[in-house]
Write a protein that binds this ligand. Structure first.
Ligand code: NAD
Length: 354
């Protein structure tokens, strides 16, 4: 199986590449523009494997994508490339529209032309898997149920609106042109190699440096958390066995308030890492002005993927978080250069929600 992963130098994409290359039957081609969020260091352990190849490039370049599809005889596209940080989408939405909407459009066009050119057996095998987020469903009241696959879209932020737009395009290319697609919408991920502007790594690393731990508003916003390797397994399963034209919700069934996440990180660190000037890392928690348009809650009903494909997360939030903290404690070589760039003025770390 020749698999094109877009955005494979990012947080989830790199976890997916590491997971896919473990099967020698897979050849993984990683197409990534290497924006601020893409980091080749996340792929160090697989970069020399014979069934892995990295190509630096932009999904907005339809001709370049078309060349890769032909040259590498791609059977499956797993599309993760995106601008992903909600706070950045509020400060500057342009790149979100370009990559998430226009980039997905260009990729779909290249994929459609390529798919139409394939002989019957290869066309039968071909699959376009679009990776998306629970945020497309919008603001969920605290006392409501969870999002299922039929929940109407109601995105609140420029990020979630751009992802919703890309989901609609992918569905339209299936309904109108017959492109064999599958879509997944997943809740908040956490785990190793997570860029330290997102909540979990930001809190771990600020705590280790005894810096304030910023929490938006009162910290009451609720997210559902999934360990990134559980997401990678779900993606492989859906890409291989999901029904064409369908979407699948993926989540950890681990709803936590943002404040609860920060407090749990502090409690684990209190046990693992000596403090210099504090009784507890919790003493560093600092409430800051809320994000505009901040959705109260996201929660995923994952009955469909469990019933149809037999997927369930392996990590609980507490075990996954402890593994993640251990990884950050042991892997300063990965995150220290990123933190140092931020001290030199690159934007990082104002934000507190994923
Ligand atoms: P990330 O920001 O860590 O990585 C995105 C990657 O895409 C980077 O390597 C970047 O260089 C690359 N990229 C950006 N623009 C590109 C372009 N024009 N052409 C080629 N590459 C480009 O993101 P992530 O957190 O790994 O998320 C991956 C995907 O999963 C996204 O589509 C996101 O919407 C979705 N998702 C993320 C989460 C989460 O919690 N992180 C949850 C659900 C869904």
């Amino acid at each position: 199986m020749n698999i094109l992963v877009t955005g494979g130098a990012g947080f989830i994409g790199s976890a997916l590449c590491r997971h896919l290359v473990a099967d020698p039957e897979n050849r993984v081609i990683n197409l990534d523009k290497l924006t601020y969020a893409g980091n080749p260091a996340s792929l160090r352990q697989i970069e020399n494997l014979p069934n892995y190849r990295f190509i630096q490039g932009d999904i907005c370049n339809e001709e370049a994508v078309a060349c890769i599809l032909r040259a590498e005889k791609i059977d499956r596209i797993m599309h993760l490339a995106a601008e992903t940080h909600v706070d950045r989408s509020i400060d500057g939405p342009g790149s979100f529209i370009e990559t998430n909407i226009l980039g997905t459009f260009r990729l779909l066009q290249a994929a459609l032309k390529f798919w139409r050119s394939l002989p019957e057996a290869a066309a039968e095998r071909f699959r376009f898997h679009h990776v998306s987020t629970d945020e497309v469903f919008g603001d969920l009241p605290f006392d409501a149920g969870a999002f299922d696959e039929d929940t109407p879209y109601a995105p609140s932020s420029p990020y979630s609106a751009s992802k919703a737009g890309s989901d609609h395009l992918v569905r339209a290319w299936h309904h109108t042109f017959g492109l064999p697609v599958v879509i997944t919408n997943c809740s908040n991920n956490y785990g190793p190699f997570h860029f330290p502007e997102k909540l979990v790594p930001l809190i771990i690393l600020n705590a280790l440096e005894e810096k304030p731990l910023p929490v938006y508003g009162t910290g009451a916003n609720v997210r559902d958390w999934l360990y990134v390797d559980d997401h990678a397994r779900a993606l492989e399963l859906v890409a291989a066995k999901g029904a064409t034209g369908e979407s699948y919700n993926i989540g950890g069934s681990s709803e936590r308030t943002n404040l609860g996440v920060v407090e749990t990180i502090c409690d684990i660190l209190d046990r693992k890492s000596p403090r210099r000037n504090l009784k507890s890392y919790r003493d560093l928690i600092a409430f800051v002005d809320d994000r505009p348009g901040h959705d109260r809650r996201y929660a995923m009903d994952t009955a469909k993927i469990e019933r149809e494909l037999g997927w369930r997360p392996r990590e609980s939030f507490e075990t996954g978080l402890a593994r993640t903290i251990d990884w950050y404690l042991d892997n300063g070589w990965w995150w220290q250069p990123i933190r140092e760039r931020s001290y030199r003025g690159e934007r990082l770390g104002k934000s507190v929600a994923a």
